[in-house]
Design a protein around this ligand. Sequence first.
Ligand SMILES: Nc1nc2c(c(=O)[nH]1)N[C@H]1C(S)=C(S)[C@@H](COP(=O)(O)O)O[C@H]1N2
Ligand SMILES: [Mo]
Length: 526
Amino acid sequence: MASPTLPRATRPAPWPLAALAGLAAGAVTLGTASLVAAAGAPSSDPFLALGAAFIDRTPAWLKDLAVATFGTADKIALQVGMLLVIAALAAAAGILARRRRAAGVALVVLLSTVAAAAAASRPGAGAPAVLPSLAGAAAGSAALWFLTDRLPGHGSRLTAADGATPADGATPDHTRRTFLALSSATLAVGLLAALGGQVAGTARRTVDAARRALRLPAPARPAPPLPDGVQVRGVGPFVTPNPDFYRIDTALTIPQVDPATWRVRVHGLVEQEVEMTYEDLLAEDLVEAWVTLTCVSNAVGGDLAGNALWLGLPVREVLARARPLPEADMVLSTSADGFTASTPLEVLTDSRDALLAVGMNGEPLPAQHGFPVRMVVPGLYGYVSATKWLVDLEVTRFADAVAYWTVRGWAERAPVKTASRIEVPRDGAVVRAGTVAVGGTAWAQRRGITRVEVRVDGGAWQDADLAAVPGVDTWRQWSFSWAATPGRHTLEVRASDPEGPQTGEASPPAPDGATGWHAIDVTVEG
Ligand SMILES: Nc1nc2c(c(=O)[nH]1)N[C@H]1C(S)=C(S)[C@@H](COP(=O)(O)O)O[C@H]1N2
Ligand SMILES: [Mo]
C-alpha cells in the first residue's frame, strides 16, 4: 500500500484501478453514442459503423478465414473482437490518465474521432452521423476526468485534504472502496445505456428496413391529376414534401410498428368484428386523395398545416364489413402508443375520403407520420381524426368514451374552421412602392374556398385571385396585386366558403380552433 507520507504527486494509483476508470469511461462513451444514435439516425451508431467499415476493408483471405473459423457467427465474432479491442484501448486510456489526465482524455477523443469518421463515411450518411460519436466523446472524457480525479493515490479528491492523515477518515481502504463503487457504477450505467441503445436501434433499423423494402400497390382509384395553376409564386409548395410536413404528436420517441405483425381490430358496437393485417390492407382496392391536414393548435397565420396525396382504404369500407349497431355514434381510434381520437361515425361513413392511409406523396408513410397505417379524415382537425400508428378502431358512443385531448379540455368534436393566411410579403417586410405581389393560402376542407379578399389599412375588402385546386379537401392558394404607396401599412386577409366569410372575431386555438383574420405590417419605401 502506498505510504501516506510520500508526496502525492509522485504516488501513482495502482494501474488496475486506473484501467477500471478507463473501462468505465469507455462504456460511457459507447453507451452515450449508442443512445444518441438510436434516438436520431440508428444507422449512424459508431460501433456498427466501425464494424461495417472494418468489413468493407477486410482482405478476402481474412474474410474467408473468419467464415471458415466462425461460420455464420462471423459477425458476432467480429463484434466480440471489436469489444475486446475497444476495452483494451479504454483501459489504456485509463492507465495513461493516471499520470496525465489530458493524455487519457486525448486518447478517448482520438478513438471517438475514428468512430465518427467511420460513421460519416458510410453510404448515405450525412454530417449528422458524427453526432453520436461526438456526444460519446464528450460524455466519456467527462467520465474519465471525473474518475481519474478520484483515483486513490495521487491528487485524489477522495484523499483527505492536504496535510490530513488517514486517521481523519480518508483511509486508503476507504478511498479505494469509494472509487471501486463509483467506477463500477459508471461502468454498469455505460453498459446498460449501450445495451438499451442497441435494442432500441435494432427495432428502428428493422422497421425502417421493412419500410424501405415496401412497394405500395397502384391505387384502384387514382386521384385526379393536379390541375395547372395550383401554385402561386412565393407561396409555400402546394404539395408539402414529406420531410417538411409539420409533425404533431405526444410520442417522446417515434413508435416502431412492424408491418409484418401489424393488425387493426374493428370492434365494439358492431355486428361483426373485423381484423386486418397490413398485407390484407394492401390487397384491397386502395384510393388516392388530396387532403390538407391541419392542427387545431394552429394560430391564425400559423404553419401547422400540410397538404399531401394520401393512399389508403376508405374507412367506410371497413366499417361496412363490421356493421355498426344503430346506437353507435363515434369511432375511437387508438395508436400503438395509446393516443386516442374520437371521430363521429357519420363522418367516417359518408362519401368523403376518410382513409386508413398507408401512403403519403407516393411513398409508404414516413415513421413520424404514422407508419405503417394512420387515419386521414378530410374536414376534421388532426386530434379528432388523424391517428398515427393506428392499431384499434372501437365503434362506440360519445357518451361512453372520451379521447386523449378531450380529457384535457379540448372539444369533443372539431371540424376544421375556414382559415386564411398571408405568406408574401412576410410580416415586418420592407418592400418598394409600386405593384407588390401579395399571396398566401386558405383552407376550408370539405366545403372549399370560394373567395379570398384582402384589405389595406382597414379599407374596403378587395377580391384576390384564386389559384386552381383538385377538390374541396385541400388548401387553396391566392394572389393579390397591391398598388403599394410609401409608408407603413397593415394588410389583412379573409376567406369565404359557400357559407360566407370567415369570422373576424379573434379567438385562441383552445378548445376547438382559432378564429380571426390574419394581419401583417409592411413598410413601403418610396
Ligand atoms: N398516435 C398519434 N396520432 C396523432 C397524434 C398523436 O399525438 N399521436 N396527434 C394528432 C394531431 S394533434 C395532429 S394535428 C396530427 C398531425 O399529423 P402529422 O404529425 O402527420 O402532421 O396527428 C394526429 N395523430
Ligand atoms: Mo393537432
